[in-house]
Structures are given as structure tokens and as C-alpha cells.
Design a protein around this ligand. Structure first.
Ligand SMILES: Cc1cc2nc3c(=O)[nH]c(=O)nc-3n(C[C@H](O)[C@H](O)[C@H](O)COP(=O)(O)O)c2cc1C
Length: 339
């Protein structure tokens, strides 16, 4: 799959997720088979004001590439200008525009999925970005429409193609649905049939079988995974494995999950200040430890921690308590590890 001139070896995309797709998580997902990762959405207003916190959110390392930086905003000139600044500062592989955020704080200003109520504004924002960064592929990520009576994804996709975007990601829920009900994959198929661009399907892919179902029922070129990767970054490898071998990949053992969680924690500790590290670690660990023996007791202990040292000692205790017996060590096949 290609996005503009960018060759994507593995058409599996880690979805942008505010508050969770931090630098360490993106690196871990790349190591586990994600073909492309995205930053969470970043405010174009914050970028042009050179707000330090906003600029920090976009930093990435070379081992994350290919990476997309996702922008949101309501003013075409501002979003365009911010895209140019981002490309000059960081040179990401992709600039993505968010037309999917349903959060009122964002939509009441006209940004995020509110643009789906005003396709002329969506055109103008996209045009401004495409013109501002002619050397960088621009993609858009959108929902299906504002509500069930205003489904616009296919029409919007055709307009986006005319403007010159390089790929479209569709999460086919409406804004008013938020995360309820199901993603309507029919709309991904409809969009794919109408445009001559790579289409990335998104929504409710939770397993290798879902991946195959989405690919076959919609004909999409790539698949983006969000919630199912939380505490479960090996889902990408499992999908690659199933695709290559037509068989189901094994689930990693508790000890292996713990190792990956520890790696995540170590990277958070090295990359962020203590407060942010503790907050992000708690968030990610509540996903990693789902289904662990004694998970809720461990979670309670973790939630009480306030420092990196306290977190470290809980992790050590977990490692000792949950240490696997020799006979059951690492059934996560070497084949899977090498993918
Ligand atoms: C915690 C969280 C944060 C999210 N933040 C963003 C975001 O910053 N930008 C965006 O385009 N979508 C965001 N999304 C939506 C996801 O990218 C994705 O479209 C959605 O979760 C559906 O995919 P899934 O069923 O694979 O989770 C977020 C979703 C979650 C759960």
C-alpha cells in the first residue's frame, strides 16, 4: 500500500488516541507490527501560538516512522499554517486532519467532526493544508456524518479526493453515536467503491478475524486499530501471523505481558517527567493487566502509587508473584516474535 509516495510495508495503522498514543506506546506498537502510527490530535491553534505543551505532544523518534501527526482546527489558514510549521520542525511522514472528534469542546468551535456539517469548511481546511505542505502526504480521518440523517462520508470522500488528499480513514459511526452501536462497515465499502484513493477502514476491529472480515467485506486498503491495541499492542503481530499462516496466533503469557508493560513503563519514565509518567503508566497498566490473576487487587495497588519508585516496587512484586513456572515459560511462539 502507498500513501502518496510513502511505501507502507504493512497496512495496519495504530489509531490516534488522545491521552494514550504517547511516544513509548507508538514505539511498542511499531515493534509489534503496526505499519504506521499516529500522534493524538494536536490543536493547530496551539501550534501556531508555539504553546510548549502542544509542541511536546508531537515529538517523535526515528524508530516510530512512518508516523502521521494529526491536526485539528476550525480556521483553514491556521490549520494550513500549523501544518507547514509541523513539517518544517519535525518532518513527519504524513499530516492527518481530524474530522472525527465528537467531543463538544472541539466541535462547538467547528473543528473535528463538526466539519462534516459544513463540507465547504472541510474543503477549505483540507485545501489549505494540501497547499501548505506540497511535499508531504495529507490524509483525513473522518466519521460517517453528524447523525444518522446526515451521512456524508462518501460525498466528503469524493470532495477530499478532488482536493488532493493521499488517503482517507473512515470510522463509520456518526458524531451523535460517539462510541455506541456498531461501526457501519457498509459505508467503508461505499467510499472505497467511489474513490480512487487508499481507504483505511476503522472501527470495531478487535481480532485477526475482524481484520479479515473488514478487508473482505469492504475492500479497504488498510485497517486502523484503536481500542483493541490498548494493553494489547501485540494484536498487530497476531494479525500479520493469521494473515500469513491462516492460523490463529497464541496469546502472550502473563509474564510476557508483564515484560512489555515494564518496557512501556521504563520508556515513559525515561521520556516524561515523573507526574506524567505516573499518570500514563496507571492508564496503560489498567489495560495491560486486564484478565491477570488477581487483576483488581493489583490495579488497586497501582492506583495508590504516586511516584516512579512506588510504581517500580509494585511491578517488582508482580513479577515475583506472577513468575511463570519453567515449564510454561514463553509459549508466545518465536515465529510470532520474529514477524
Ligand atoms: C481514548 C481515545 C482517544 C481517541 N482520540 C482520538 C484522536 O485524538 N484522534 C482521532 O482521530 N480519533 C481519536 N479516537 C478515535 C480512534 O482513533 C478510533 O477512530 C476509534 O476508537 C474507533 O476505532 P476502534 O474501534 O479500533 O477503537 C480516540 C479514541 C479513544 C478510545
Amino acid at each position: 500500500m502507498k500513501i502518496g509516495k510513502l511505501q507502507i510495508d504493512n497496512p495496519l495503522f495504530l489509531a490516534p488516541m488522545a491521552g494514550v498514543t504517547d511516544h513509548p506506546f507508538r514505539v511498542i506498537c511499531r515493534q509489534h507490527g503496526a505499519g504506521v502510527v499516529y500522534t493524538e490530535f494536536v490543536s493547530s491553534n496551539g501550534i501556531i501560538r508555539e504553546n510548549m505543551k502542544t509542541l511536546e505532544m508531537m515529538k517523535f523518534t526515528e524508530d516510530e516512522r512512518p508516523i502521521g501527526i494529526q491536526l485539528f482546527g476550525e480556521y483553514p489558514e491556521v490549520v494550513g499554517k500549523s501544518a507547514k510549521m509541523v513539517v518544517e520542525m519535525l518532518n513527519p511522514d504524513i499530516i492527518d486532519i481530524n474530522y472525527g472528534c465528537p467531543v463538544p469542546k472541539v466541535t462547538k468551535k467547528g473543528a473535528g467532526s463538526a466539519a462534516l456539517k459544513d463540507l465547504c469548511l472541510m474543503d477549505d481546511i483540507t485545501q489549505a493544508v494540501v497547499e501548505a505542505v506540497p511535499q508531504t502526504p495529507v490524509t483525513v480521518k473522518m466519521r460517517a456524518g453528524w447523525d444518522a440523517n446526515h451521512i456524508v462520508s462518501t460525498e466528503a470522500g469524493i470532495r477530499m479526493e478532488e482536493i488532493g488528499v493521499s488517503a482517507i480513514t473512515l470510522h463509520p459511526r456518526t458524531t451523535s453515536q460517539q462510541f455506541s452501536g456498531h461501526a457501519n462497515w457498509e459505508l467503508i465499502k461505499e467510499l472505497k467503491d467511489e474513490v480512487n484513493l487508499p481507504v483505511i477502514g476503522n472501527g470495531d476491529v478487535n481480532s485477526p478475524q475482524d481484520y479479515i472480515n473488514m478487508k473482505t467485506t469492504t475492500g479497504c486498503d488498510g485497517v486502523m486499530i484503536g481500542r483493541a491495541a490498548l494493553g494489547n499492542p501485540w494484536i498487530f503481530k497476531q494479525i500479520v501471523h493469521s494473515h500469513k499462516t491462516q492460523s490463529l496466533a497464541e496469546e502472550p503469557l502473563v509474564a510476557q505481558r508483564l515484560n512489555i508493560a515494564r518496557q512501556h513503563f521504563t520508556m515513559l519514565r525515561d521520556y516524561y517527567d515523573e507526574k506524567l509518567c505516573v499518570n500514563l503508566t496507571k492508564k496503560h497498566f489498567s489495560y495491560y493487566f486486564k484478565g491477570f490473576p488477581g487483576a483488581s487487587a493489583w490495579r488497586k495497588l497501582l492506583m495508590k502509587t504516586n511516584t516512579v519508585t512506588e510504581l517500580d516496587s509494585v511491578l517488582k512484586e508482580m513479577t515475583l508473584t506472577l513468575k511463570p513456572k519453567k515449564s510454561m515459560e514463553f509459549s508466545y511462539s518465536s515465529e510470532l516474535k520474529n514477524l
